[in-house]
Design a protein around this ligand. Structure first.
Ligand code: DC
Length: 244
């Protein structure tokens, strides 16, 4: 993504953390576009790590083997694509990231301290190479970028999140039970919030945004105003204008 305008080029890291189904990636990606920043989807990195473990037959309960395999995989993004494509062992991973076997295993792997340590280092290296970044996940403002200039905690009620997810499935022609999705989201929130390492928390200094009653465009406007308001003086000078 090109960086719009004549800003000073000073670092600007915007973290967006929160539970699944709040629209973090869709809103975050569009926010980055509006502000002329790059976008990092750290959930994709955890999904890529999970796909790697499955596809290479690594024992998912062997924390050390999992972390070593991911460290050796040279996970990186192709930043020339929009959105950037995740590359693993020099091959792009796209549809594989959303497959059900990956979704089923990911929570167990995302709780492993050794894997998280590898991810934190990779994400900080990305932040150094791409210092004008919107980054989204569960631990971006709390662990990975505690000094981020702007931190946002995005959430919504489990019911609303389940309804949004059900809508996505339905528009893809699948029949789903919204109650079941809601229960699964609640279970996932609990697992993400209760793990010992990198748990989902509202980071210190984060601004809380509840999107339960907001449309996508309204959420985007709220986030854009927060970033414009909180970013250090000059960091967004000349960056794409509102809706630009
Ligand atoms: O945001 P997502 O649904 O793509 O995330 C997939 C999984 O990865 C989810 O179970 C939480 C985990 N994750 C994490 O533990 N830490 C992150 N920074 C990002 C995602």
């Amino acid at each position: 993504m090109s960086v719009a305008g004549s800003h000073s080029g000073q670092p600007l890291i915007v973290t967006i953390d929160g539970p699944a189904g709040t629209g973090k990636s869709t809103v975050g990606r569009e926010l980055a576009r509006r502000l002329g920043l790059e976008f990092l989807d750290t959930g994709a990195m955890y999904r890529g790590a999970t796909a790697l473990v499955l596809d290479r037959g690594i024992d998912p309960e062997n924390d050390h083997a999992v972390a070593a395999a991911v460290a050796a995989a040279k996970l990186r993004f192709d930043w020339t694509a929009d959105p950037p494509t995740l590359i693993c062992h020099e091959k792009p991973l796209t549809d594989r990231l959303r497959q059900t076997d990956v979704a089923d295993l990911i929570s167990a792997l995302a709780a492993q301290a050794q894997l998280r340590a590898v991810m934190v280092e990779l994400q900080r290296a990305i932040g150094r190479a791409h210092p004008r970044l919107v980054t989204e996940g569960r631990d971006q403002g709390s662990v990975v970028f505690p000094d981020a200039q702007v931190k946002i905690y995005l959430h919504a009620s489990p019911r609303v999140r389940a309804e949004r997810r059900a809508g996505q499935f339905e528009s893809a022609g699948q029949v789903v039970d919204v109650n079941e999705i809601e229960q699964e989201l609640i279970r996932r929130d609990e697992r993400d919030a209760n793990r010992a390492v990198g748990p989902l928390v509202r980071p210190d200094g984060a601004i809380d945004v509840d999107t339960s009653e907001l449309t996508f465009d309204e959420s985007l406007d709220v986030l854009e105003s927060i970033v414009r308001d909180q970013a250090p003086h000059g960091a967004l000078e000349g960056a794409a204008n509102r809706h630009g």
